[in-house]
Design a protein. Structure first.
Length: 230
């Protein structure tokens, strides 16, 4: 398991903490460096939290869970990691994805909106994506209730590739909202992709949703496309 993927499993992992760690140590020291040395880069409460987590974390079990759900991950130094993410003040420590691998050769269009969608909104979303279907594009949204779900549904009906950026993890128990679990499965069956910055088992909090929305914007600005499976 790559060091950044290892650290992404840790509670309260963040790009800022990872950057401070890598400035002081080599990345592969994340699983072995002592608490005393970590105090030079992280505050005492987090050092204690991290050391406690690390003492029970099993790389083999975590990797087995990723493999069982066919989840892959990009690290910031990977060529496939979108450079636009690195311009954020809080870029992901790693990007986890399930489904078709993402590549950088097609335009992505973000379609997001209200959870309380009207019939007009549903119809307008369908008509918009039907119009776009003739172009070489991919629809990006957040799998949320309302317009997001309607956008994914319309893309699937029109045979347009679609990518769902999730606030939680991409393994089945982590799909949010639960009502869209079957939609997530259909996205995968039709060659789409689920993407998250969280590993399986991650706990969703209020800040996960605005962070997810920023990721949608970044993916839509970046020239990503659904490509072959790894």
């Amino acid at each position: 398991m790559k060091p950044c993927i290892y650290f992404a499993h840790a509670p309260a992992a963040s790009a800022a903490k990872w950057r401070r760690f890598c400035d002081a140590f080599t990345p592969d020291m994340i699983s072995t460096v002592s608490a005393a040395r970590l105090k030079s880069v992280w505050k005492q409460p987090y050092v204690e939290q991290f050391i406690s987590w690390r003492s029970t974390f099993s790389v083999d079990a975590a990797q087995a869970l990723l493999d069982r759900h066919d989840i892959h991950a990009y690290c910031p130094h990977d060529d496939a990691f979108p450079s636009a993410f690195l311009q954020l003040t809080d870029p992901p420590v790693a990007l986890f994805y399930k489904g078709t691998r993402l590549q950088t050769d097609t335009k992505h269009i973000a379609v997001i909106g209200s959870r309380a969608m009207s019939q007009y909104g549903k119809r307008a979303t369908q008509e918009l994506i039907e119009t776009l279907a003739a172009s070489d594009i991919c629809i990006v949204s957040g799998l949320a209730l309302g317009v997001d779900g309607a956008a994914h549904e319309a893309a699937l009906r029109c045979g347009v590739p679609t990518v769902a950026i999730l606030p939680g993890s991409v393994d089945p128990p982590g799909i949010t909202p639960k009502r869209h679990s079957s939609l997530a499965e259909r996205i995968l069956r039709q060659g789409g992709t689920l993407v998250s910055e969280h590993p399986p088992g991650a706990i969703i909090f209020a800040g996960s949703f605005p962070k997810r929305n920023r990721r949608i914007e970044i993916v839509a600005r970046h020239r990503w496309a659904a490509g072959r499976k790894p």
